[in-house]
Structure formats: structure tokens, C-alpha cells
Design a protein around this ligand. Structure first.
Ligand code: GDP
Length: 293
């Protein structure tokens, strides 16, 4: 049984009880914590359910269970992320190593092509720290038939971004999807590197065409919240993508990130293939989390 289903099974078992008492609410809080909602949100959700459940008798438990989804839904912000047509947009994709940035970039390009008919796009390999990251993006570029702006490993990521913008403007491109290095060994270093890239972009592109997008790996649970805090502080995040939501119980962290940092979610990644990306749909997300049949 997948972790998601196991977590949801425990939740259903709880709602299958005969009594709504103090122990019920304590156990509910524990389950929400294990689902990665974090302490403050878990407490808040239980408080809200308590308010609905006052005077609830055993036979109303099913109704109380039905209240959980709307309560959770109210804490989650979803917002589509679409390039502004007719201008050059740059989506700077952030996140620590291994969360799925490069793959997500390829999936986004494919998504925008399929759903928006966007053709003139560029990929920018600004994760110059790892040669493998550059090669991986180049491979996706080949598969997608999209140009990849790249330099040698170790090159200045700001220079790659600068080149990509020049190239994008010259070609009349509508979207640059830029990969970045996700080293977090020292926060000061990350902040410095990202601040430099940010400055280069803002000198040439202003307003809603420039978006900073954080990819988080669902399987890392509460770590994802800490990562979001660091990137939010370092450069500011406009939108979050939840990757690897295909086999895990840890989806609750999305609620914690949305609630505590006020960040909206734009996409849900559910696999390694190009088509495994969908616009973030709160209903679908919660149905998977709660294993609604
Ligand atoms: P990066 O280091 O952040 O650029 O991460 P990569 O894009 O290289 O992805 C790391 C690994 O996660 C690769 O093996 C990807 O195929 C895999 N991956 C990325 N997104 C998903 C997803 O949504 N689901 C699953 N199951 N795997 C994913």
C-alpha cells in the first residue's frame, strides 16, 4: 500500500469511530502532523473541525469527515502560471538539487506547447555547477526541439542568463525557462548567487514577465517547508511546483507552505515523463491526499 493510501486509511479509520471525544481530536492532530501539515496548521485545522463538530453524535461522523476537505482547501492557494503572450517571459526555476527542477522545466515547456500553443521557447542551463545538469537539460532540449543556452561547467550562471535573454530578444522568443543550481551548503552563498542573477534579470525584464518558481519534492516532507523559507528569504518566490506527488503521504507540506508563507501552487508533478505535469488543482490534490475514491 502506498504511504498516501496508508495515511488516508488511518484518517478514515478515525472517522469510522463511534465517538467524537477529546481522544478523537488528539488522534486527528497526530495524523495531520504525520501528513506533514506542521504543528501550527494541524492545530488550526483541528480547531476548525472542533467548531463544526460541537455536539456531533456518532451518526454525524460522516458529515464531520466531509468537512475536512473544505477546511483544508481553504488553507491552500492555487494560481495558474501562464506566460504573458507577445512578450519575452523568464521563469527562473529554483530548488535544491534533486527535487526535480530540470525534469520540471522540460515538462513545463511541453505543457505550454500543448496547452498554450507556445512554440518559441528557450531553455537556459544556469546550473553551471554540475556538468551533468547542463547535459541533462541539453538532452531535454533535443527531445523537445528547443534551443538550450549553455556555457562550460563552472561558468558564471549570471552570464548564461544574460546570454539567454539576449538570445530570447533576438529570436522574438516568448519564454525562457532557466535552470539554477540548488546548492544550499551555505545560505550566504546561495543568497549571493541568486541576488546576482536576480539583478541581471531585473535590469532587462520587469514586471509580471519575470517569475521565480520554486520546485519542491513532496517526498522530503517538512524539509520542503524549510527550503521554501530559505528561497523566499533569499530571492522571493512567486509560485511553487509540487513535484513527485506520485507515491507519497507527505503532500501536507503544500498546505503548510501555502498557509505559512502565503505562496500559491501552480503545478503538480506526478512522474518522470513529459506528460506528468498538470495545473495545480486543489480538488484533485486533496482527493489524492485523502484518498477519496
Ligand atoms: P534537479 O536536480 O532538481 O534538476 O532534479 P532532476 O530533474 O534531475 O530530477 C531528479 C530525479 O527526480 C530524476 O530521476 C527525475 O526523473 C525524478 N523526478 C522529477 N520529477 C519527478 C516526479 O514528478 N515524479 C517522480 N516520480 N520522479 C520525478
Amino acid at each position: 500500500m502506498s504511504e498516501t493510501k496508508e495515511w488516508a486509511r488511518r484518517l478514515r479509520e478515525l472517522f469510522g469511530r463511534r465517538r467524537v471525544d477529546e481522544d478523537f481530536y488528539e488522534q486527528l492532530e497526530e495524523i495531520l502532523l504525520e501528513g506533514d501539515l506542521g504543528p501550527s496548521l494541524s492545530e488550526e485545522v483541528v480547531g476548525e473541525l472542533r467548531a463544526c463538530g460541537r455536539g456531533t453524535r456518532a451518526e454525524d461522523l460522516e458529515e464531520l469527515s466531509g468537512r475536512l476537505k473544505p477546511i483544508l482547501s481553504a488553507h491552500l492557494r492555487a494560481q495558474p502560471l501562464l506566460p504573458r503572450r507577445g512578450s519575452l517571459n523568464l521563469f527562473l526555476v529554483l530548488g535544491v538539487n534533486g527535487v526535480g527542477k530540470t525534469t520540471t522545466i522540460a515538462k513545463m515547456a511541453d505543457y505550454y506547447r500543448r496547452t498554450q500553443g507556445l512554440r518559441n521557447m528557450l531553455l537556459a542551463a544556469a546550473d553551471t555547477f554540475r556538468a551533468a545538469a547542463i547535459d541533462q537539460l541539453a538532452l531535454w532540449g533535443e527531445r523537445l526541439g528547443l534551443p538550450v543556452i549553455r556555457q562550460e561547467p563552472g561558468a558564471d550562471p549570471g552570464a548564461v542568463i544574460y546570454d539567454a535573454i539576449s538570445s530570447g530578444l533576438a529570436r522574438g522568443a516568448e519564454l525562457i525557462l532557466a535552470d539554477t543550481a540548488g546548492r544550499m551548503h551555505t545560505k550566504a552563498h546561495l543568497v549571493k548567487e541568486l541576488a546576482k542573477i536576480d539583478k541581471i534579470i531585473r535590469a532587462r525584464l520587469e514586471g509580471p514577465v519575470y517569475r521565480k518558481i520554486l520546485v519542491i519534492d513532496t517526498t522530503t516532507g517538512q524539509n520542503a517547508l524549510r527550503q521554501a523559507e530559505v528561497f523566499q528569504e533569499a530571492i522571493g518566490v512567486d509560485s511553487v511546483i509540487l513535484a513527485k506527488y506520485d507515491s507519497t503521504a507527505k503532500g501536507g507540506v503544500a498546505l503548510a507552505i501555502s498557509k505559512l508563507l502565503g505562496l500559491p501552487f501552480s503545478f503538480l508533478g506526478t512522474g518522470e515523463k513529459l506528460g506528468d505535469l498538470a495545473g495545480f488543482d486543489t480538488d484533485r490534490f486533496l482527493d489524492t491526499l485523502l484518498a477519496v475514491p
